[in-house]
Design a protein around this ligand. Structure first.
Ligand SMILES: Nc1ncnc2c1ncn2[C@@H]1O[C@H](COP(=O)(O)OP(=O)(O)OP(=O)(O)O)[C@@H](O)[C@H]1O
Length: 225
């Protein structure tokens, strides 16, 4: 089954009198359970593409389907609901809340989910902290964790909502290569065991090599290698 479909998408940003064409007629598909890298040099449009798939931003032209739902036809409330139910995010700067512990950071987005009762919420937090190897660090704040541990908290947080798709914008950019590789291996194991679809951007060749498929973006367009 197709999880994500991007059809003839353009994204333009207006900067004063200038128009930046960040994406130009991009079409792509991602299937169920895929582990895909979006690769390309800095400024090529990777983050823009991930933000559009993640419904954080809207295309200037073209259509994006998440499952069989076309994103542009939705109201902001419906979009927020689709994001909460279907999508998980991992950012290169981890985006953890500094005053909260690892446990609380994983729990936080679940507090907004009326469909998840408190007991199930606590079960999930405990389960995913174990899964990412941080059971003993539940009470630590982000400042008391290493970069790799912080990113693993972010991965647990993304997974705890049981999203069908996880979008990761350069998840290893702020990690040394050994830690980056172990974070990638963890993502790959979760992709296999939890059947979560992963779409991540990178410009690191070693990270690309771990992907099942690489989509290359260059100057706002998908290029065939
Ligand atoms: N909010 C914005 N306003 C104006 N221009 C933008 C905006 N966001 C991105 N751009 C431009 O769109 C193009 C694509 O940017 P994008 O961030 O998608 O690239 P990227 O491939 O993710 O780069 P990097 O690897 O450096 O993160 C760039 O030319 C960038 O300057």
């Amino acid at each position: 089954m197709t999880k994500v479909r991007v059809e003839h998408v353009w994204k333009e940003y207006k900067l004063g009198k200038q128009t930046v064409k960040a994406l130009r007629d991009v079409s792509m598909e991602v299937g169920d359970g895929e582990f895909i890298a979006i690769a390309g040099p800095s400024g090529s449009g990777k983050s823009t593409l991930l933000n559009l798939i993640g419904c954080i931003d809207t295309p200037s032209r073209g259509e994006i389907y998440i499952g069989d739902e076309e994103v542009s036809k939705k109201t902001p409330d419906q979009l927020a609901d689709l994001r909460a139910r279907t999508l998980g995010f991992i950012f290169q700067t981890f985006n953890l809340l500094p005053v909260l512990t690892a446990w609380e950071n994983v729990e936080y987005p679940l507090l907004y989910r009326k469909d998840i009762p408190p007991r199930e919420r606590r079960r999930r937090v405990a389960h995913y902290l174990v899964l990412v190897g941080l059971a003993d660090f539940a009470k630590h704040k982000p400042s008391e964790l290493s970069g790799g541990q912080r990113q693993r908290v972010a991965i647990a947080r993304a997974l705890a909502g049981h999203p069908a798709i996880i979008l990761a914008d350069e998840p290893t950019a702020n990690l040394d290569s050994k830690t980056g590789e172990s974070v990638l291996r963890l993502m790959k194991r979760l992709n296999r065991d939890e059947k979560t679809t992963f779409i991540f951007s990178t410009h690191d060749h070693r990270v690309m090599e771990m992907a099942e498929r690489v989509i290359t973006v260059s100057d706002g367009q998908i290029t065939v290698p």
